[in-house]
Design a protein. Structure first.
Length: 184
């Protein structure tokens, strides 16, 4: 039986506070590949050199590594209706006077977003068809595919780096022998 404490100060929390208070956004691919927000964002980053889907990448993020085959496989997964995972951005940080340079940074999902961008720019075919060869109906269908986003509101670069590290260095990489399709 649980006892209620008359004095809440008797309760102590031994677990740390949340690293960030994010929010989940239900988005579709159109919000990444067709959104007019790009130029609005770019004006705040005149010296920024690395971008993906119209959003800035922090300089401490790893370079692009996915091969063409990995990009194609990701886009095929989108067409097949498979869950695409999530991408993580740091939302707009604006106090009415000052635009925080950590706004809109892509914290996780760079490889997937770049694959989308490459596909839309006709850099490779998927299922034998390049983006520009698709009908308007097919393009709209693709643009309406769900792709979840988590948005943070972190104003501290050190903390953003920690979130990035935790999101990207917590799992064990799979090997070729781990493929389900190669097992009988």
């Amino acid at each position: 039986m649980l006892r209620s404490h008359e004095n809440e100060s008797d309760l102590t929390c031994r677990m740390p506070s949340e690293l960030y208070h994010g929010r989940a956004l239900s988005t579709v691919l159109y919000s990444l590949i067709g959104a007019p927000l790009r130029e609005e964002i770019r004006q705040h980053y005149p010296a920024q050199t690395r971008w993906v889907c119209g959003r800035p990448l922090p300089d401490w993020q790893r370079p692009l590594l996915w091969s063409d085959a990995q990009c194609i496989r990701f886009i095929e997964s989108a067409w097949l209706g498979l869950h695409l995972g999530i991408y993580v951005i740091n939302g707009l940080l604006y106090d009415g006077q000052v635009f925080n340079p950590l706004s809109f940074l892509v914290i996780d999902g760079q490889q997937r977003l770049h694959a989308l961008e490459r596909y839309i720019h006709d850099e490779f075919p998927v299922f034998g068809h390049r983006w520009s060869a698709l009908s308007a109906v097919e393009q709209r269908r693709f643009q309406n595919i769900p792709f979840a986003c988590a948005e943070t509101s972190i104003r501290d670069d050190r903390l953003l780096r920690e979130v990035y590290d935790r999101l990207n260095f917590s799992g064990t990489p799979h090997t070729e022998q781990d493929r389900a399709s190669t097992k009988e």
